[in-house]
Design a protein around this ligand. Sequence first.
Ligand code: UDP
Length: 457
Amino acid sequence: MEDTRQIKKMRVLMFPWFAHGHITPFLELAKKLFLRNFHIYFCSSPVNLNSIKQKLFSDPKFSNHSIELVELHLPSLPSLPPHYHTTNGLPPHLMPTLDKAIDMAKPSFNKILETLKPDLVIRDFAPAWVPDLASSLKVPTIVFITSGAALVSFSLYCLKNKGGDDYHHHDHVFPFPEVYLENMKSQLVQNSEKSSIRAFQFNERSSNDNTILIKSSRELEGKYMDYISSSFGMKVVPVGPLVPYYVHDDEEGMDIINWLNKKEKSSTVFACFGSQFYLSKEDMEEIAYGLELSKVNFIWVLRFAKGEVMKLEDALPNGFLERVRDKGLIVADWAPQLKILKHSSIGGFVSHCGWNSLLESIKFGVPIIAMPMQFDQPLNARLVEECGIGLEVERDNNGRVGRENLAKVIRKVVVEKNGDGIRQKAKEMGENMEKKDDEELDGLVKELLQLCQKECM
Ligand code: UDP
C-alpha cells in the first residue's frame, strides 16, 4: 500500500538568527516537526552547526542524521574568522562586523534556496532579506519569533504609535511602569530602520506574514496573544515553550550535579545571565555580596568575553571564594542550565530573564529572582511578577543592584514563608504549560500544512 505520509511530507528550511538563544528554540521546533513527519533542513554557519551536532545526533530519536544540517558559509572578513560566525562568545565590538558578514552571505543563502527548493521557510526576525529572496523563488515564509508575545505586542504597539499616544488606554494590557515603557518605546522608534526592528513591521506584500509563530504558551501569555490579534489583525500561533524534552545524561557538568546531589531539596539558587551578556565589574561585586548575604547555597556561572578572561580571584571581592567555599560553586563561562534547573536541589533561579531562561525555569517549576539586563529582559521580568512566579530585584535610581536587596529577594523567593505563594505558582504554571504542549503543537502543524498547501494550489 502506498504510504500517503511520504507523499505529503513537507520540506521545511529553518533559518535561525546566529545566536544560541535563537538556534536552540529553532532546533527544538525542528525536532517536533520532524517527529510530525516534516522533512527538515536546518541552516546556519558551520561553527553554530558544529555546536549542536553532537547533542542532536546523540539523541536516539535523531541519530540517523534525520534533520539535515545545511552550512551557510559567511565571508571570512579579516577580523571575523569562521569561529566568530556566531554571536556566542563574540567580542561585542565585532557584532557590526558579524552583521555585515551575514548580509554579504545573501547570495549563498539564495543558492541554498535554489538547490533545496523547500516547501516553506521558517525564518527568524533577521536577516530581513529572507522573505524577499524566498518569495522571488515562490517559496512561502513564516516568521518564528523566539521571544514572547508581551514583547511582540508592545513592539507592534510602539511602531504603530510612533507619534506618541499614551499608554493609559492600554494599562490593562501593559501593566508596566510608564518610565520603562517610554524608554523602550524611544529605543524601538529610534531603531526602527534597523533590520532587527524592521522584523516587527511585517512585510505587507506577503500574506503569510500576517501569521506569526511565537515561542510561548497561552497559559503564560494568552492575554498578549489576544491583544496582537485584536489590535493588529494578526494570527498568533503559540508553539509552546520548546524546552528540550531530552536532558542529556552525558558527562557534561557532572561535577556540578555531584555537588548539587549533596545539597538539600530546593536549597540552592542557580545564578546565570545567559549567553550574550557580560556583567559589569560593579554588578559582579553586588551579586557576589548579595549571594553571600542571602546565606542560601548557590551556583553562579561567570562569563567573560573571549580575550578578556581573568582569574576568578581577581574578578571577585577579596576573600569571597574562601568565605563561600562550602555554600557556593562558581562555574566559569558555561554550565548545563537545563540539567541544573531540573535538579531537585534547585529552589530559585537568579536570572537575566532571557526568554529561553524564563521558559526553562517555568518548565521545571523553579521560581525566578529576576535581574533583567537589556533588550526584552525588563519586560520579561515584569511578566514574571505579573504571573506571580517570581520577583524582580529592583535597581536604585543610579541603576545599582543593591546587595541587601538581592539577598532579601532571594530569601523571600527561596526560603521564607511569605514566598510560599510564589513557589506554588511557579510549580503550577510549569504543570499547566506542559498540559497545553500537545494541543499547541497540533495547532502549529495544521497551520503549516495549510500554508504549504495554499502555496501549492
Ligand atoms: N545557557 C546554558 N548555560 C549557560 C548559559 C546559557 O545552557 O551557562 C543556555 C540557556 O539554557 C538558554 C540559553 O543558553 O537556553 C540562553 O538563552 P536566553 O534567551 O535565556 O538568553 P540569551 O543568551 O539570549 O541572553
